[in-house]
Ligand binder design. Sequence first.
Ligand SMILES: [Zn+2]
Ligand SMILES: [Zn+2]
Length: 542
Amino acid sequence: MTVRITFLGGLGEIGRNCATIEIDGKLALLDAGLMFPEEDMLGVDLVLPDFTSVLERADDLECIILTHGHEDHVGSLSYLLRDVNVPVYGTPLAVEFARSRMEEAGVTPDLRPVELREWIEHGPFRFTHLNVAHSVPQATGVVLDTPEGYIVHSGDFKLDPTPIDGHPTDLATFAGFGRSGVRLLLCDSTNAERSGFVPSESTVGQPFRDFVARAEGRVIVACFASHLHRVQQALNAVVADGRRFAFLGRSMVRNSEIGYELGLLKVAPEHQVELEDLDDYPPGETAVICTGSQGEPYAALSLMASGEHHAIHLSPDDTVIISATPIPGNEAKVSRVINNLTRLGVTVHHGLNSHVHVSGHAAADELRTFFNVVQPATMIPVHGEYRHLHANAALARQVGVAEVLVCQDGDAVTLDGMETRLEHAAVPAGYVYVDGYGIGDVEEVLRDRRHLADDGVLVVTVGIDAGSGEVVFGPDIDSHGVSDEWEEIHREVAESVSAALSEMDWPTDLDSVRRGVRSAAARAVRRQTNRRPVVFPILIEL
Ligand SMILES: [Zn+2]
Ligand SMILES: [Zn+2]
């Protein structure tokens, strides 16, 4: 019996990780993530995988298997489950993170928490979750026991030997599968271009303690709200320094509550206070753990940095630790926040000037080690841009993995005995944009937005008698983003439009009038400015 894996996302971008696995005509989904928009996706809120090929076969979809609770792995569940509400398996934290997001979207999911190394059987699927170290607790790799042999998905992982929770990547169990024979490994590629090993999460602890102890005023620590191990280390440092702390930012407050409930976050309760009660203490005895490490413009940290936060006004005595590095696309925003903080005279430690951040993804030596442990017959790099996938493939070949296939979104791979068949572009796998309430293909809208953003807009309004061609009022010109010397340009455009109207043969149809007005206006602007704004002719027939 063959097994077929189809990649819906995550192979060609960091984000919207999602693949289907098909056994005996039934489908399971491995992760259902989202991607945050890139800089040129103007106004787009989120980017989802294209679920068309799954929804066409909704009756065949048996379940969804999660590797961990990061948004790029669970974030599109709230959209998919509106249409097909199948059971979702994952570690307790993964399903809790997924739940809080889905409840906001009004979906009631069938979430099934799993234990590590427990075998789950659902339809033709038999699978187990193995612990891996990553930048969120309870991250896992998944092993599927299929008619074609074991398929191992690494999940997002690193080989941290001293993780905060004492649960390193379960190499012993991975090695057991390696000895029995792994048919296919799908492996995280994020850091494949980086040489050596990524330092342990616990190495961040000492710098945290040093910087907090040295801080005269308030301490602000910004990190990912899902990174409970990082939050824990920040709490350890501020508590050791005798500070009271408050959480700030919606996801930080929510995730810390989930962390307490699941016993993943531990702190003596008397150290935590409400944000508004922090003022009862001298600044040097307080700390704030907040969101905004990616420079998100409306997050607490950005508002503090620009002096716009309603409750926290930073002073030169204060210390800010941005415990993250910007993910691609956020560099400029993070840089703006650091500039603003520096202008305020605040001491800033961040991932690029201090050891206050480590990555959660394996670097080259860890990947090579992992291949030697798992010993797959075939390896397919996942979770990365094309360059990362390519680099990961090279590492696998270096250590002698027999077959390495670089796939992209939309590709399908069929395992059939010793044969591995790759079919390019087997299913639609383009970006599906979410913008406000709209979901779908807004490619055209985006093209317009880019055009408007690049060149501005010019609106020409004319009241006209379509029979005689007599101009009743106008042309009135309005423009945005075209030129700051708009008065002269508007006058030129009005003259050029009037001239064009007077040269037309009347009576004529409104479409050709509209075309004539548009090209006359565009010509006038081009003559004056060499710019090509979007021109909207508005004809009012009188
Ligand atoms: Zn990920
Ligand atoms: Zn992750």
